[in-house]
Design a protein around this ligand. Structure first.
Ligand SMILES: NC(=O)c1ccc[n+]([C@@H]2O[C@H](COP(=O)([O-])OP(=O)(O)OC[C@H]3O[C@@H](n4cnc5c(N)ncnc54)[C@H](OP(=O)(O)O)[C@@H]3O)[C@@H](O)[C@H]2O)c1
Length: 414
């Protein structure tokens, strides 16, 4: 009975950041409720916080989405069309407007408006470490659950934030921080929690994978492939964090916490840049029946308490799981002591795909507001094995029937 009441009441969501991910989440919040016929909890988008809130609000209105969640007259926008069925002269943020799907929506540049609001949940889609981490902390302290897409924050402050969430009796979920729409956080944190995970090998950066796939398919240079990725919306103006591996190693640090219970500083993960890969490397790889992918690899020897973790461009055979992962896709092979290998694959980047992961977290919290996913029990009692990725004769190589990963030959060739 109590659960039914919870589901039928509106779940109030506030958004921090209205960029690629934030705006896609807002769309999903509005469209899901309109199109879903009540299968999901009912959401109310209450606040959008952004440093350019006015501009973003105008774009939102221009896209015609405002009518689904707010009274246009509520913001004094001259000439805004009235929502069908809306009472005349609706006022901002005051009272419910029952004929709208969502009720009034506040656009603001003041974080206090969100922290002091009655929102149940805050979505952090700002990016960067600070002030995003501080705002997540403040939202949890204000009694709100939080969903974040921010790998840098979770890699650096995840444990403390999850502990704070548990102490506050709220949830912090972060599926979108790793792997876009590929649900690897749930796979490791819940689906395979009953196993002892020994290894995770993954493609975790959709931008680099889109660039490498293009180079593989056309023989073009990295710069040309980057231009194509930008045109398709897979790469930002500055893709250095994607290519140099720092994006993937932050994600790998999060996966090490989930898979092995280890608190790993991302800067301790050996990382080799993908920015130096050239058309020649693909030609050489092709001659050997393979191609090049940016891989993130973590393997934990529990008996010896040694973690081997690295991110690097690597040779993979064409018919392997990773060789077949093309475009902005992500993929992961998780090895468990009892379950063997589990493969997972999905759209790794883009607002729409990432919004799916954010929405899934929102839905999970809205369906069970009282459920707390406890933070992983992390240990610092282990040694990170130095993976010398700059050495010409790197010993890093992994081979199984399903997977063929080898860095040594490629590194020798450069
Ligand atoms: N894009 C993807 O495919 C993807 C995939 C997975 C995860 N993520 C993660 O999702 C998060 C958001 O990424 P995004 O691609 O949506 O970034 P984005 O397009 O740059 O959006 C960020 C938004 O936050 C605003 N903002 C930034 N700093 C702010 C501040 N200090 N105060 C107020 N507003 C601020 C930005 O305003 P301006 O427009 O003025 O800059 C922008 O509207 C990041 O953590 C990212 O790693 C993204």
């Amino acid at each position: 009975m109590r659960e039914r009441e919870t589901l039928s009441s509106r779940f109030r969501v506030a958004l921090l950041g209205f960029g690629t991910v934030g705006s896609a989440v807002a769309r999903r919040l509005v469209e899901t409720t309109a199109a879903d016929g009540g299968a999901l909890p009912k959401f109310q988008l209450t606040h959008v916080f952004d440093r350019r809130a006015d501009e973003k609000r105008d774009a939102w209105h221009a896209a015609g989405l405002a009518a689904r969640c707010e009274s246009p007259t509520a913001f004094g926008i001259p000439g805004a069309a009235a929502t069908p069925g809306a009472p005349a002269g609706g006022s901002p943020g005051l009272g419910a407007t029952p004929d709208f799907h969502h009720g009034p929506l506040t656009w603001t540049t003041r974080i206090e408006d969100v922290l002091q609001s009655d929102a149940d949940l805050v979505v952090e889609a700002i990016g960067g470490v600070e002030p995003a981490a501080d705002w997540i902390r403040a939202a949890l302290a204000a009694g709100k659950s939080v969903v974040t897409a921010n790998k840098q924050v979770m890699a650096r402050h995840g444990f403390a934030l999850l502990t704070l969430a548990a102490r506050q009796g709220r949830q912090l979920r972060f599926e979108a921080a790793v792997g876009g729409a590929m649900p690897i956080v749930r796979a490791l944190g819940e689906g395979l929690a009953g196993d002892r995970i020994t290894r995770v090998v993954a493609i975790l950066n959709g931008t680099t994978n889109a660039v490498f796939s293009r180079m593989e398919a056309t023989g073009c240079s990295l710069e040309e492939a980057l231009g194509d990725a930008r045109a398709r919306g897979y790469a930002e103006a500055d893709p250095s964090a994607d290519l140099d591996g720092s994006d993937a190693r932050a994600k790998l640090a999060i996966l090490c916490a989930l898979a092995f219970g280890l608190r790993v500083d991302p800067s301790h993960i050996a990382t080799r840049s993908s920015a130096w890969i050239a058309a020649d490397d693909f030609a050489r790889a092709r001659a050997r029946g393979g191609t090049v992918r940016q891989l993130a690899h973590a393997e934990y020897d529990r008996a010896a308490s040694v973690l081997t973790a690295w991110v690097a461009p690597a040779f993979v055979t064409c018919h392997s799981f990773f060789g077949k992962t093309t475009g902005a896709q992500n993929a992961a092979l998780i090895t468990g002591a009892h379950s063997g290998e589990t493969g997972i694959f999905g759209a790794g980047a883009g607002g729409g795909a990432t919004a799916v992961a954010v929405m899934s977290d929102i839905v999970a919290i809205a369906r069970d507001r009282s459920a707390i996913v406890p933070p992983p029990v992390l240990t610092s009692d282990f040694r990170v094995q130095i993976a010398d990725l700059s050495a010409e004769t790197s010993a890093l190589s992994v081979e199984t029937p399903e997977l063929h990963v080898e860095t040594s030959r490629l590194l020798e060739a450069v």
